[in-house]
Design a protein around this ligand. Structure first.
Ligand code: PMP
Length: 444
C-alpha cells in the first residue's frame, strides 16, 4: 500500500515550513525519518496508545515519546497532577516540596543515597561524569560502542541512537561521532565493546588507574535492544576494584524494566545512576544520584558545579511523581507490559518466518527490536552484531506499518516502547499490519 499525498498533506506542509526555520525541520534528528524515508508525521495530539497526526490519521504508538509515556499518553493521574500544579505557578527558581517528594521517592525506589534533578538525560549523564572526575581526580571515561548517553561532547564518541544511521561514515576507532567534538576531547573517552568482558578487563588493566568512570546502558536501547550477559555485568563491577566509578545510564531503562529499573532487575551495584524519560512522566526531567559520599561532592555542598534554571520545575516534578506513584501502586503493571511485548515478539517471529523474511528479535520487558538479519532470536549482543542488519528492508517494513496505522520507531537501531494502555485490540491490529508489511517487503 502506498501513502497518497492527501493523507500526509498537512504533515508535508508543516515539514516544508519547519525546514525553512529549523535544521532538517526537526528538533531531534531521528524524528526526520532520514533513515527510513517518507514524510515525518507532525503529531497533533496523543491519548492512551494512540497518536493523531496533523492530517487526522491515528496511529498505534510504539515510541511513547521515546520512553517516558509508560502509562500511555494523557494518563488521567498525570494530567490531573500537572493541572493541579499549574494553578500554583509554573516555575519558582527556588526549592519547593515536590522536589523533595520526588527525591524521596526516587531514592527509596532505587537505593540511591542522594539525587539531583536536571532537565534532560543529557544533563544527567554529563553531570554524573563531571562528578566522577571531580570525586576521583581522574580524567578518563570508558563507554561502549553503540551506547548513547545524550549529546554532551565527551559522550559523542562511537555513539548509538540517531548517530548509527544519521551520520555516514562517522564511526571509527575512538573517533568523535559528531563534527564539532575536538579529537583532543574525544581522546579522554575510551571505547570498549559491549558484552565483551575480556576487552573491558584488558582496557582496565592498561589504563584503569586513570579511569574516573565507566558509563554503560544496563540494557542497550540505542543500538536497538541488546541485553547484557552475566559475564559482562561481572566485568563491569570489577572496574570498581580499580577505583573507577560505575555509572549506570538508566535514562531509558529506569522505571521501565522494573520499578527499581534495570539495576533492580539485574542486581547491579552502580556508584552513580542517571535517569530521564519516565522520571519526568513526559515533561523535561533528568536526574543523577547514587552514593551519598559521592553526591556530596556536588555544589553547593561540594566542589563540582552543576545547576539549572528549570531544574526541579514544579510541573515536571508533578508529572514524575504521578507517573512513579501510579507505577508503584500497580504491582502487576510490569508483568502486563512484559506479557504484551512477549506476545508481540512471538507474533513477529512467527510472521517473519511465515513470510520468509530474516529477522532476529531481541526483547526484554517492554523493550523490543526486530533486527532485519538472519540470526537466532536473542543472539545479537553487540554494536557489530546490530550493524549487520538490513536497514533498507527495515525501512520498507516500517513504511508498511505506518501506512496501516502503526507508528514503529523510525530507525533499525532503536527500541520500541510498549505502554500500559496497549491492549489486546492494539496487539491484534499491530500483528495484522506486521503481516501485511512483511508481504510488502517481499513484493518490493
Ligand atoms: N541516555 C540514554 C540511555 C538515552 O536513551 C538518552 C536519550 N534517548 C539519553 C541518555 C539522553 O537523554 P535526553 O534525550 O533526555 O537528553
Amino acid at each position: 500500500m502506498t501513502q497518497t499525498t492527501s493523507l500526509t498533506a498537512q504533515s508535508e506542509a508543516l515539514f516544508a515550513r519547519a525546514r525553512r526555520v529549523t535544521p532538517g525541520g526537526v528538533n531531534s534528528p531521528v524524528r526526520a525519518f532520514k533513515s527510513v524515508g517518507g514524510t515525518p508525521r507532525f503529531i497533533r495530539e496523543a491519548h492512551g496508545a494512540y497518536l493523531t497526526d496533523a492530517d487526522g490519521t491515528r496511529y498505534i504508538d510504539y515510541i511513547g515519546s521515546w520512553g517516558p509515556m509508560i502509562l500511555g499518553h494523557d494518563h488521567p493521574a498525570v494530567r490531573e497532577a500537572v493541572s493541579d500544579a499549574l494553578q500554583l505557578g509554573t516555575s519558582f527558581g527556588a526549592p519547593g516540596e515536590r522536589e523533595v517528594e520526588l527525591a524521596e521517592l526516587v531514592t527509596r525506589l532505587t537505593g540511591a543515597g542522594k539525587v539531583r534533578f536536571t532537565s534532560s538525560g543529557t544533563e544527567a549523564t554529563m553531570s554524573a561524569l563531571r562528578l566522577a572526575r571531580g570525586f576521583t581526580g581522574r580524567k578518563l571515561i570508558v563507554k561502549f560502542r553503540g551506547n548513547y548517553h545524550g549529546h554532551a561532547d565527551g559522550l559523542l564518541v562511537e555513539a548509538g541512537s540517531g548517530l548509527m544511521t544519521n551520520l555516514d561514515g562517522a564511526l571509527g576507532t575512538s573517533a568523535p561521532s559528531s563534527a564539532g567534538v575536538p579529537e583532543e576531547y574525544a581522546a579522554l573517552t575510551l571505547v570498549s565493546e559491549y558484552n565483551d568482558p575480556a576487552a573491558l578487563d584488558t582496557l582496565m588493566a592498561e589504563r584503569g588507574a586513570e579511569v574516573a568512570a565507566v558509563i554503560f546502558e544496563p540494557v542497550v536501547g540505542n543500538a536497538g535492544v541488546l541485553v547484557p550477559t552475566p559475564e559482562f555485568l561481572a566485568a563491569l563491577h570489577r572496574v570498581q576494584d580499580a577505583g573507577a566509578l560505575l555509572v549506570a545510564d538508566e535514562v531509558m531503562t529506569g522505571f521501565r524494566l522494573s520499578i527499581n529499573g534495570a539495576t533492580g532487575l539485574l542486581g547491579l551495584r552502580p556508584d552513580l545512576t542517571c535517569w530521564g524519560k519516565i522520571i519526568g512522566g513526559g515533561l523535561p526531567v533528568g536526574a543523577y544520584g547514587g552514593r551519598a559520599d559521592v553526591m556530596d561532592f556536588v555544589s553547593p555542598q561540594g566542589p563540582v558545579y552543576q545547576a539549572g534554571t528549570l531544574s526541579g520545575n514544579p510541573l515536571a516534578m508533578a508529572a514524575g511523581l504521578a507517573t512513579l506513584r501510579t507505577l508503584e501502586a500497580d504491582p502487576g503493571i510490569y508483568a502486563r507490559l512484559d506479557a504484551y511485548t512477549s506476545r508481540l515478539a512471538d507474533g513477529l517471529k512467527a510472521l517473519a518466518q511465515e513470510a520468509g523474511v530474516p529477522v532476529s528479535v531481541n526483547q526484554i520487558g517492554s523493550m523490543l527490536t526486530p533486527f532485519f538479519q538472519d540470526a537466532p532470536h536473542g543472539s545479537l549482543r553487540s554494536y557489530a552484531d546490530a550493524a549487520r542488519s538490513d536497514t533498507r528492508a527495515f525501512g520498507t517494513w516500517f513504511q508498511g506499518l505506518l501506512a496501516r496505522g502503526v507508528y514503529w520507531a523510525p530507525s533499525q537501531f532503536e527500541s520500541i516502547f510498549v505502554s500500559a494502555s496497549h491492549t489486546d485490540t492494539e496487539l491484534a491490529a499491530t500483528l495484522e499490519a506486521v503481516r501485511a508489511a512483511f508481504t510488502d517487503l517481499n513484493a518490493s
